[in-house]
Write a protein that binds this ligand. Structure first.
Ligand code: GLY
Ligand code: MN
Ligand code: MN
Length: 440
């Protein structure tokens, strides 16, 4: 499935309406050196890609709204020129002419003409929207263009007086996914779930965490993901209690659990899946007790991901089940409401239950409304639901539960008909996991 550019054009039109008047400037991400002359794999800027679908580096989007007296709305792309020699070494580039046609712009110019053309495009405009503060080098360049326009004041030319954060205009759009985005997210989720199934099949005592990581990454790529959506966590035993464990260099032991937080990116869209299962394919009694608590917390949290509920409703639902579970495991004692009030769960559940998901794994969009209340969930919003329990050794943790770390994470789209789980292809009930590992 390829990006459908009619959706990108529709997004630019909507953004122009929101902008009302003035100019918006948005650059894509730079290429990044890994070491000496070796680069990291290139990844475009998410805001830029959301609006353009244009995948190359060294590109800038300029949108001009209709509000200005003699302007008509214009959508302009600056990009690299065709270059036969560079294309022999580095591969295809569109060049302005082909990019204009293929990506639906009104005009496209060589990126080398940016400094020459931009001051003219800013003349007599009232407003400039640009992601101020995101990149100091671009900040300097943009302020240079504004100052060039200001220097013409005595000739009667005015510079934009209102400076607006472009991300603040785009983030609310990205928060509610359109139908095309949800299709791409479902594909990212399906391919990522296939990776988790490959990991289940590959897992046994004596294997290295890195081998399971290899099975995951291989499956993501073979399925058609362009990249992992984030660095995989493959954490056996006590490593699962380290929230951002990424060294993935230990040998898996019989009797331990394995926590995997890994997913792929498909045409820019991230999935984000965590599964926890026994290295030897059978949950012990204490592992099962703890697992069922996290699974029940997740079910309650997913059920709360409904239109009209506040952003925090899934978190609150998970906290209630997890805290009762900690009482049942004899780690906590006392009245449930009182324990929740005191945040008594914090030593064993210290993170939130989810985040927005989309082009970025921790996606764009505010969690609170301007007055401070949690944002209300609406159809089309996409979020993760990822409760966990991390039972590091300590005076309150019974010996049988020590070093058990469990997280279960799914990706959910809020719909009028209720929560839609995108990541159901990754087994998560005890029965399904044991069956996947043993075939019984
Ligand atoms: N994998 C990143 C997260 O779960 O937030
Ligand atoms: Mn997550
Ligand atoms: Mn995750």
């Amino acid at each position: 499935m390829q990006p459908d550019l009619t959706f990108h054009r529709a997004r630019r039109r909507r953004l122009l309406q929101t902008l009302g008047e003035g100019v918006l400037i948005l650059a894509t991400a730079p290429e990044a050196i890994r070491n000496r002359d070796a680069h990291y794999p290139y990844r475009f800027d998410s805001h830029f890609y959301y609006l353009t679908g244009f995948p190359e580096p060294e590109a800038v989007l300029v949108l001009i709204a209709a509000g200005h007296s003699n302007a008509r709305p214009r959508q302009i792309l600056f990009c690299r020129e065709k270059n036969e020699e560079r294309e022999i070494w580095d591969g295809f580039r569109y060049g302005p002419k082909a990019a204009k046609a293929a990506f639906g712009f009104d005009a496209a110019y060589p990126i080398a003409e940016l400094d020459k053309r931009l001051p003219g495009l800013l003349e007599n405009q009232t407003r400039l929207a640009y992601p101020f503060g995101a990149d100091p080098a671009w900040d300097t360049r943009v302020m240079g263009w504004i100052n060039t326009v200001r220097s013409k004041a005595r000739a009667g030319v005015s510079a934009p007086a209102t400076l607006t954060d472009a991300h603040a205009l785009i983030d609310p759009m990205r928060l509610v996914k359109d139908e095309h985005e949800i299709e791409l997210m479902q594909r990212a989720a399906d391919l990522s779930a296939a990776g988790h199934r490959a990991a289940l099949a590959a897992c046994r005592p004596g294997k290295g965490e890195w081998e399971i990581e290899g099975a995951l990454l291989g499956a993501f790529r073979q399925g058609g993901c362009q990249a992992p959506a984030y660095t995989p966590i493959v954490a056996g035993g006590a490593n699962a209690c380290v929230l951002h464990y990424v060294s993935n260099d230990q040998v898996l032991r019989d009797g331990d659990l394995l926590l995997i937080d890994a997913a792929g990116e498909y045409h820019g869209y991230a999935a984000d899946i965590t599964r926890t299962f026994p290295v030897n394919g059978r949950f012990s009694g204490p592992q099962q007790d703890a697992y069922e608590i996290v699974l029940a917390a997740q079910a309650a949290a997913i059920d709360a991901a409904r239109p009209g509920n506040g952003w925090n409703a899934p978190h609150e639902a998970a906290l209630r089940v997890l805290t009762q579970g900690l009482v049942d495991l004899k780690i906590l004692a006392g009245d449930l409401d009182n324990l929740l009030e005191k945040e008594a769960y914090k030593p064993w559940y210290m993170h939130r239950t989810g985040h927005w998901l989309g082009l970025d794994v921790h996606d764009a969009g505010e969690y609170k409304q301007p007055g401070g209340a949690w944002r209300t969930l609406e159809p089309g919003m996409a979020l993760t639901v990822e409760p966990g329990l991390y039972l590091r050794p300590g005076p309150q943790v019974p010996a049988a539960l020590e070093n058990i770390g469990i997280r279960i994470e799914d990706d959910v789209v809020v719909t009028a008909a209720g929560p839609r789980v995108l990541t159901a292809g990754a087994p998560k009930t005890i029965e399904d996991i044991e069956e996947a590992m043993h075939g019984d």
